[in-house]
Design a binder for this molecule. Structure first.
Ligand code: 26W
Length: 793
């Protein structure tokens, strides 16, 4: 064991004393949380240091990401350290409940959605596999906003996880660096967060940078009593790490965002180079032998010209030598094909913010044009399509592919679409650079921690190896015909549903029936994810029940959780719509609780941990071709929910593993959509001919529903039937897919009644989830991209 129980207990007492000058009986839950966390930090501190030393001399991978959606640390760390039972007992002895203590921790919400949470799962897998891998990101003072629902509308309020500091991070002033912008310099101060692995002594590091002004105060202005002026530079510098951009769908092209990107990538590279030089001197050709840098989407791609700057301007290398090094050091992951999300920077802004980097980017651009000319002489159109700088815009994805040795998509279908459609010409040019790395999730947080009841059953049946080797899950499959086992699964599911129902009643005052079907859609709100399709269907079901009160259905609870980008009006309109429909249905006595609709306020990592285990149905209904992978789909699957979805992203691989007959697949496929587009899609056709569809679509504008004069519902209506200057009507095929959606929902509703058959399907899904561990994903990155091997301390 890592530490004796009695010793840990005294450490906690001691830390509460040091931090708050209180005795245990005076402390409150939050103070216990902090004292306990510091005691754990103390306990792992030697191992952390030893891990760092061990990694120093060999090859390391660095994950550059603008987002790390870590959620809470305490519960996860306790489980990974194997101390959860002991600590529960210790806290009980001193009069505290571990769950309540854990609940006082704020989520570290340093991410928007899938991309940020993936980075967090990767951190967990890297350390559990003892791999020398470190994360680099930004220590945002405010993470993703807190969502309040007021009269059905989303209202954003600031998130303040750092209000009382963060006990888990430690500051390292001696490793501070300076980052230079066109308009001056700022200090980048590193904060390290330990990443604790399961069943290993290794402790990895997530390094987050905080921006600080060169001078803490302009004293002269202060003495002249000009207080605004005195703090002007301080605020301007600190603005850089003040807030996470709450957007995961459109490239905003904002100056501050570009500053953030350059800030953390420059600081991280300076850090890496300094450490490299300490061991290897100025032998920079060796850099790719010791360093691999993964660029998490285009957000950190400015690192490529920045490394060129460091190697050429600071270290004095020749351009061509530096370029060869850079290209062998970087690898790039693409997470989306939505063109509005592909980052392009206006050259005027880029030049103003980072003038030297602009010159370097231009040189890379011209060098690339030479390469194109060589490979495709006189092909002017190709050159125009593939130029890194096009007109006034710098294409960061193009820069990424050219400046790296590997480009990967995040699910098989997604990578195929990149290779053969979106990035076709790039694939033609560099076929060897394109790879697939299907995403995964950590079973430690999403099964072991989130669903201890199911975890216990699994361990009883197949032992506990699955916790670090998820392919073991396949051994569960032989119990599919064992009704004692599948009945226990049903009991556990029912227990998790009760727990969620309690949470919903406590936090939102809505009573739901734990015996109803829990049909859950939780993810960022976006048109392509089609929450609108889901809610229109619910409204249709409601109308049909009103018309025909004798209609036989199994009671069903539809649960949504989603944040919308603050400026994304259609997404906000959809949230309002869901809440209004919920109001209508939940308060209609005629419905007699046959349907309930719940919108979970402020969906985040912590509430996700309650939602996934309680689901019967996992809604994964994006327009085919649009969801790069999805990772929520995997969290549902391993908790025994059946996928109701389109053949999109990783859904394809989920049904490949678990069988299409054990899930519910509906709707247009990628090829169908291509064909329909060619033929010419007119949404008025399904609107008119699909029974009941017109009624629910018209409800948006005929006075049935009321958006308080905001025009939000009219906007939704128009998006479906009129289109807009930038898109055709119903670009996400909501109306075309409606009929099949409804038919498949009806089938689900019928099938649910046969509990035994349903349990078998769920069990087969659980047994075949092995592929979707981020351990598997990380092993692939480690072997095929980073070329790193485990280094156990
Ligand atoms: C520039 C604004 C912006 C910010 C973030 C645009 C796009 C993004 C991300 C690409 C959004 C994102 O989270 N993408 C998701 O990445 C997951 C992890 O690979 C995938 O599972 C999801 O399908 C993908 O939408």
């Amino acid at each position: 064991m890592l530490i004796e129980k009695s010793l840990l207990k005294s450490k906690i007492e001691n830390q509460v004393g040091v931090l708050f000058n209180k005795s245990i009986d005076e402390a409150n839950e939050f103070e216990i949380y902090q004292g306990l966390s510091k005691a754990l930090l103390e306990t792992i501190s030697k191992n952390w240091l030893e891990t760092r030393k061990k990694y120093e001399t060999g090859k390391q991978a660095f994950y550059f990401s603008a987002e790390f959606l870590m959620g809470r640390a305490l519960g996860n760390n306790l489980i990974n350290l194997g101390l959860d039972k002991e600590v529960k007992e210790i806290l009980k002895e001193i009069g505290f409940d571990l769950n309540s203590v854990e609940a006082t921790e704020e989520d570290a919400g340093l991410g928007n959605g899938g991309l940020g949470r993936l980075a967090a799962c990767f951190m967990d897998s890297l350390v559990t596999l003892n791999l020398p891998g470190q994360g680099y990101g930004i220590k945002y003072k405010n993470g993703i906003f807190k969502q309040k629902i007021v009269d059905g509308f989303q209202v954003e309020t600031p998130e303040t996880w750092l209000r009382y500091g963060d006990v888990w991070t430690i500051c390292r002033p001696c490793e501070e660096v300076v980052v230079e912008f066109g308009d001056g310099k700022v200090r980048a101060v590193p904060y390290d967060m330990p990443v604790i692995g399961y069943g290993t002594k290794n402790v990895n590091t997530l390094r987050l940078w905080e921006a600080k002004a060169m001078e803490e105060l302009n004293l002269k202005a202060f003495n002249d009593q000009d207080y605004d002026e005195a703090l002007k530079d301080v605020n301007a510098a600190e603005d850089i790490s003040r807030i996470l951009y709450p957007n995961d769908s459109t490239n905003e092209g904002k100056k501050l965002r570009l500053k953030q990107q350059y800030f953390f990538t420059s600081a991280s590279l300076q850090d890496i180079i300094r450490k490299f030089k300490k061991i290897h001197g100025t032998d920079f050709e060796k850099l790719p032998e010791f360093v691999s840098i993964q660029l998490n989407d285009t957000h950190p791609v400015i690192a490529i010209p920045e490394l060129m700057r460091i190697l050429c301007d600071v270290e004095g290398l020749l351009w061509n030598d530096a370029w060869a090094i850079a290209q062998k050091t970087f690898a790039y992951t693409n997470h989306t094909i939505l063109s509005e999300a592909l980052e392009k920077w206006w050259i005027g802004l880029y030049e103003e913010v980072v003038p030297r980097i602009f010159q370097i980017t231009q040189r890379i651009h011209f060098q690339f044009l030479d390469l194109l000319e060589e490979k495709f002489p006189k092909d002017k159109e190709r050159r125009e399509r593939m130029s890194i700088i096009q007109g006034n815009l710098i294409h960061m994805a193009w820069l990424a592919i050219y400046g790296s040795f590997a480009t990967n998509g995040v699910a098989a279908l997604h990578t195929d679409i990149l290779k053969h459609i979106e990035l076709k010409e790039w694939y033609e040019l560099f076929p060897e650079r394109f790879l697939n790395k299907t995403n995964g999730i950590t079973q430690r947080r999403w099964l072991l921690e989130a669903n201890p009841e199911l975890s216990k059953l699994i361990t009883e049946l197949i032992g506990d190896k699955w916790i670090t080797d998820f392919s073991q899950m396949k051994n569960l499959e032989k119990y599919v015909a064992d009704e004692k086992v599948t009945d226990r699964f049903l009991e556990i599911k029912s227990e998790k549903k009760k727990q969620l129902a309690q949470f919903i009643e406590k936090t939102q005052g809505i009573k739901i029936n734990p015996d109803s079907i829990f049909d859950i859609q939780i993810k960022r709100l976006h048109e392509y994810k089609r929450q609108l399709l889901n809610i229109l269907h619910i409204l249709d079901l409601y109308y049909r029940l009103k018309e025909n009160p004798n209609m036989e259905i199994h009671p069903v609870t539809y649960i949504f959780g989603a944040k919308s980008a603050p400026g994304y009006m259609r997404a906000k309109g959809t949230i309002r719509l869901i809440n209004e429909v919920a109001q209508i249905i939940n308060n209609d006595p005629e419905i007699k609780d046959m349907i309930k609709v719940v919108f979970i306020e402020n969906y985040n990592v912590s509430s996700a941990a309650l939602l996934f285990p309680a689901a019967d149905i996992s809604e994964q209904i994006s327009t085919a071709g649009k969801e790069a992978s999805g990772t929520g789909n995997m969290k549902f699957m391993i908790n025994g929910a059946l996928t109701f979805g389109t053949l999109d992203g990783a859904n394809v691989e989920i049904v490949e593993e678990a069988g299409i007959e054990n899930n519910y697949i509906f709707g247009l496929k990628v090829e169908d959509i291509e064909e329909l587009k060619k033929k010419g899609y007119d949404p008025h056709v399904p609107y008119e001919k699909t029974k009941g569809l017109k009624r629910v679509v018209d409800a948006l504008i005929d006075g049935t529903l009321n958006d308080e004069g905001t025009g939000l519902y009219k906007e939704l209506y128009d998006s479906l039937l009129k289109g807009a200057s930038w898109h055709k009507p119903d670009q996400y095929f909501v109306l075309e897919d409606f009929e099949d959606f409804r038919k498949t929902q009806e089938k689900i509703n019928k099938d649910f009644a046969d509990r035994k058959v349903w349990a078998k399907k769920a069990w087969i899904n659980i047994s075949n989830g092995g592929k979707f561990s981020s351990d598997r994903t990380i092993e692939e990155y480690a072997k095929e991209i980073w070329k790193i091997a485990s280094q156990k301390i």
